[in-house]
Design a protein around this ligand. Structure first.
Ligand SMILES: Nc1ncnc2c1ncn2[C@@H]1O[C@H](COP(=O)(O)OP(=O)(O)OP(=O)(O)O)[C@@H](O)[C@H]1O
Ligand SMILES: [Mg+2]
Length: 386
């Protein structure tokens, strides 16, 4: 079980070491507690997955070097450190609901990468896939799951990284990134918050720079599929299957994406707020490590959380999970709590009760408003697929 443990720890520890997050928006979803849970239990699950991809890189912390040949070796090394996510660690099963999105992603992203010979000619895969919807609905998780399920090389690019760390050389960075992705194909380039790449705000200068980055991105997406392959020819002497680099993008503001980019993100998948069944599933995923009191009616909790996003529900679960401790230690000094604990009191076994969920739900408001949903539905009707 040695190697499995190393891998299981990867997603959490590895990121800290990579330091890539420093450049991105601080404290985003990567440190959510459920990830840590997952890392904890992920051993057996992860090992099956690892076999296909990241794990296949073998032993030594999976330190496979991308074989980048080109003029920007320094930049490439930096990008590899900052953007390459060796163990995204999210599986389809960790994501509640979104069955249709998973199916479409499987067809649009997973299959072309694992059976490229089928997706040629008229069946050629989409250049890019866009996940859009209100915040906290699982878009980033879906992208990571695609990477895990395919075992692809996964580049996680947030526009925040582009804007801060690589400001001034963003164009070169985009080119280098695609070169690397081709060298490490099959790969996925995930561009989070892609709307901010096309934003019209800011000074004239900034506008000009972002326009150039965007143009470079469009060119690169167009070139993705013409990458020559050095692979072996097919069984009947067909030309070798092209190396796949797939662009996956996510946004909360699809209407801010301009037409040229939108056209290249051919498949556009709406990721809505969770429905009643999905909320029920989310609760189950979030609460699987907790002791629940028999009075907890999951269906009732799920029904109460109409209008909440997956992220909101995770937060409510976290808050509810703390409530027994708050209740039991109310009025106790830390020294008394320590004494109780030393005397053998196990606070982790205290069940979470129905009222804990109700209190949590009353404290936390839905983060997405109906107006926002309306806009998404309208955009989806006009530009969405599936
Ligand atoms: N369908 C889901 N299944 C399981 N967890 C979910 C789901 N949707 C949201 N979550 C929870 O919400 C958190 C945020 O999800 P994620 O980062 O994927 O949202 P997002 O759609 O990318 O949001 P944003 O648009 O703000 O980037 C996750 O870490 C997870 O805890
Ligand atoms: Mg996200």
């Amino acid at each position: 079980a040695g190697p499995v443990r190393v891998k299981a720890g990867g997603p959490v520890n590895g990121r800290g070491a990579a330091g890539g997050r420093g450049a991105g928006a601080g404290g985003d979803d990567y440190d959510r507690p459920w990830r840590k849970n997952m890392a904890g239990q992920g051993g057996p699950k992860g090992s099956g997955a690892g076999g296909q991809g990241q794990g296949g890189q073998g032993g030594e912390e999976g330190r496979r070097k991308i074989n980048y040949v080109g003029p920007d070796a320094d930049l490439a090394a930096g990008l590899e450190r900052d953007l390459l996510d060796r163990a995204p660690g999210v599986r389809w099963d960790d994501i509640a609901g979104l069955r249709e999105a998973k199916r479409v992603l499987e067809e649009a992203a997973v299959l072309p990468l694992i059976m490229p010979e089928y997706f040629t000619g008229i069946r050629k895969p989409f250049k890019g896939v866009l996940l859009f919807g209100p915040p906290g609905t699982g878009k980033t998780m879906l992208a990571k799951a695609v990477a895990t399920e395919t075992g692809c090389t996964f580049f996680n690019v947030s526009s925040a990284t582009l804007a801060s760390k690589y400001r001034g050389e963003s164009e070169r960075m985009v080119r280098c990134l695609f070169d690397m992705a081709r060298a490490a194909a099959p790969s996925i380039i995930f561009i989070d918050e892609v709307d901010s790449l096309c934003s019209q705000r800011g000074s004239q200068n900034e506008h000009e720079a972002s326009r150039r980055v965007k143009t470079e991105l469009l060119t690169q997406i167009d070139g993705c599929h013409s990458a020559p392959s050095d692979g072996p020819p097919g069984p009947n002497g067909e030309p070798p299957a092209p190396k796949r680099v797939m662009v996956l993008a996510a946004t909360n503001f699809p209407w801010d994406i301009d037409e040229a980019l939108r056209r290249r993100l051919e498949k556009r998948i709406y990721i809505p707020l969770p429905g009643p069944d999905e909320r029920r599933e989310l609760l189950a995923i979030n609460l699987k490590s907790l002791v629940l009191s028999p009075d907890v009616e999951m269906d009732e909790v799920a029904a109460k959380l109409d209008g909440y996003s997956g992220d909101d529900i995770t937060n409510i679960c976290r808050d509810a999970a703390m409530n027994p401790m708050r209740r039991l230690t109310a009025g106790m000094a830390p020294s008394e709590i320590a004494a109780a604990r030393a005397a053998g009191r196990d606070f982790t076994r205290e069940p979470v009760e129905m009222r804990d969920f109700l209190t949590a739900a009353s404290r936390i408001n839905p983060s997405v408003g109906p107006e926002d949903i309306k806009k998404h539905v309208a955009w989806s009707a006009e530009f969405g697929s599936a």
